[in-house]
Design a protein around this ligand. Structure first.
Ligand code: R5P
Length: 292
């Protein structure tokens, strides 16, 4: 029970020392709510301002693709090396140890598979994202797809609204239809549309020319998807160029879990993302770690 007699008057008010008003380390994020910033700080390293997200959500459109046949065997050992994991609610509940301290980027939109037509998506229930303790809601947006652009933008808008209610940030994931070219003009437009619609993080593809223009025209952090499997050295070069052009990290799947040695690969990617390692250095590290 509170004891009124023991209340002591405050004495230490720091008179003359103004309270610090800090900014926030992530691009375009300083005016967000505390809860969103706190979640973003779990995903992005405060020191480097970047993140290595491990993506293994491919099964929701592809089924058991190479490297993901037994996620308990191939993905679980990689989790400790990632800053954040990106997966479906099915994967998180079935194979990710609940003791994991890694923030979850939840695949929040769901829809048609490679066997029909891609991009016809809905979003799952925000209550389930909260139950899963999601730190980020990943929603696919198909800009320029005449059939599915509208529905996917509606999905993004709805996700941002619901996420803001509970301070869970949203990541807009730009999908590229078969007819669309992955150049800076297209990726820049798709990424910017996601940001203007309220996405707090953008995931898009890297393009060899003018990727810095994509990054600079988007007011929030961009992470790159790895895309189809490349030789390890080329994947590290791509990550390096993206970081050099201003990307805030990678959300990489196949180029990690389909590598000859996935643990060595994710460690090499981390060197590029967090320590600005040159691709040659990172590849040398990969080769060394592979032998251990
Ligand atoms: C794509 O929609 C999936 O969400 C993947 O997460 C994404 O493509 C990243 O994986 P990858 O590096 O294999 O392209």
């Amino acid at each position: 029970m509170a004891d009124n007699d023991s209340i002591q008057a405050g004495k230490t008010f720091g008179i003359g020392i103004p309270q610090k008003t800090e900014g926030f380390f992530l691009k375009g994020s300083s005016q967000l709510d505390w809860g969103i910033k706190n979640r973003l700080s779990q995903i992005f390293c405060v020191k480097s301002g970047r993140s290595v997200m491990l993506a293994f959500d491919h099964g929701y459109i592809m089924g058991p693709t190479s490297g993901l046949e037994r996620m308990d065997l191939t993905i679980v050992p990689l989790i400790e090396h990632a800053d954040c994991i990106m997966c479906t609610r099915g994967a998180i509940r079935s194979i990710v140890p609940p003791e994991s301290k890694k923030p979850l980027s939840l695949r929040y939109s769901s829809g048609t598979t490679i066997l029909t037509e891609l991009n016809d998506e809905c979003v799952i229930d925000i209550d389930d994202a909260i139950r899963l303790n999601a730190s980020l809601l990943a929603v696919m947006v198909a800009i320029g797809d005449p059939k599915h652009e509208a529905v996917t933008i509606r999905n993004l808008a709805k996700t941002v609204d619901l996420g803001m209610r509970y301070s869970i940030p949203t990541m807009g994931v730009t999908a590229v239809g078969k007819e669309l070219v992955r150049d800076a003009r297209y990726l820049g437009m798709a990424s910017r549309v996601c940001a203007e619609n309220g996405a707090h993080v953008i995931k898009t593809y890297y393009c060899n020319e003018n990727f810095a223009q994509v990054v600079n025209a988007v007011p929030v952090p961009i992470v790159i998807a790895g895309g189809k499997k490349l030789p390890e050295k080329e994947a590290l070069e791509m990550a390096y160029r993206a970081i050099n052009d201003g990307a805030a990290g990678v959300d990489m799947g196949r180029n990690i879990f389909q590598a000859e040695n996935p643990v060595a690969m994710i460690k090499a990617v981390r060197e590029v993302v967090h320590n600005n390692a040159k691709p040659e250095q990172a590849f040398k590290l990969y080769e060394e770690l592979k032998r251990i």
